[in-house]
Design a binder for this molecule. Structure first.
Ligand SMILES: [Zn+2]
Length: 275
């Protein structure tokens, strides 16, 4: 090997090492160009659960100093699967569907699209989202593993259970906005990379639904839901360009589970997305 070619090898090795060290996932995540946004409602006495579900019960057990002067604290909690910010596994509405424990982790880290329809909803509890509302979504290719969150503008009511669920006295009915089955059919036939659908209301179906057609359509295609997403943020979340981390409690046979939902978003939002 000539000295010239040797120096080429050395330089190319250095370039390779430097470029690799600058392109690890950690380098990207902690470069200062991204921020981490929590889209989760906390679990406490006021957390909203689907009617008839075990609410969050937090039992303080021990909190104090031991004889040797050191501190020790530990609590118990109990919870239904379908309350607060939580995942619906396909098994929730499809007998042959995956349970929470079956969901591959590869589907729980996904590119995030936020579809903000809150101005169309305009606080109308009877609003149902149809395809004609969303022509522009056709431009979103969603060419990677993808989670779509629909923002109805309902998170602001989460501290008022009756308002959030649309409960009227002396009735069994609920009223809050949701998706039409037309949207569910459209997503499952046109967007093959969608792994999950999120909403900032208590169900992907409208509150008035008793057929749960959206749940059925999505679960039959193996798509999970995230309900009660917290979008009552003191900032706007980019409609595209973020990555979602969907981290459910690993309840092996769960039909659902509490989720810690995080969006990792670029501080400078890209101007265009695969249009
Ligand atoms: Zn649920």
């Amino acid at each position: 090997m000539s000295p010239k070619s040797l120096s080429f090898v050395c330089v190319s090795t250095i370039i390779l090492v430097v470029s690799e060290s600058q392109n690890t996932l950690n380098d990207v995540l902690f470069s200062g160009n991204y921020e981490f946004i929590d889209l989760t409602h906390p679990y406490d006495n006021s957390t909203i659960y689907w009617p008839g579900t075990q609410k969050f019960v937090f039992t303080k057990k021990i909190a104090g100093y031991r004889r040797d002067g050191t501190w020790y604290a530990a609590n118990d909690f109990a919870s239904g699967e379908h309350g607060g910010t939580h995942i619906d596994a396909p098994y929730h509405f499809t007998k042959s569907g995956q349970s929470v424990g079956d969901l591959p982790v590869e589907t729980l880290i996904a590119s995030l699209i936020v579809v903000d329809v809150s101005s169309m909803v305009n606080d109308d509890e009877n609003f149902v989202l149809y395809k004609y509302h969303l022509k522009y979504l056709l431009n979103y290719n969603c060419d990677k593993t993808c989670l779509i969150i629909f923002k109805f503008g309902w998170s602001k009511y989460f501290n008022d259970r009756n308002k959030y669920l649309g409960i009227e006295e002396n009735t069994d009915t609920l009223k809050f906005p949701g998706l039409s089955n037309e949207i569910a059919e459209w997503i499952t036939t046109s967007y093959k990379t969608v792994v999950g659908i999120g909403v900032d209301v208590a169900s992907v179906d409208p509150g008035s639904s008793d057929e749960f057609r959206v749940h059925k359509t999505l679960s039959q295609k193996g798509i999970y839901n995230i309900e009660n997403v917290n979008l009552n943020l003191n900032r706007t979340i980019p409609e595209f360009g973020c990555t979602a981390l969907v981290m459910p409690m690993l309840i092996s046979q769960g039909t659902g589970a509490p989720v810690r939902l995080i969006a990792i978003c670029p501080k400078v939002v890209p101007a265009l997305y695969n249009v």
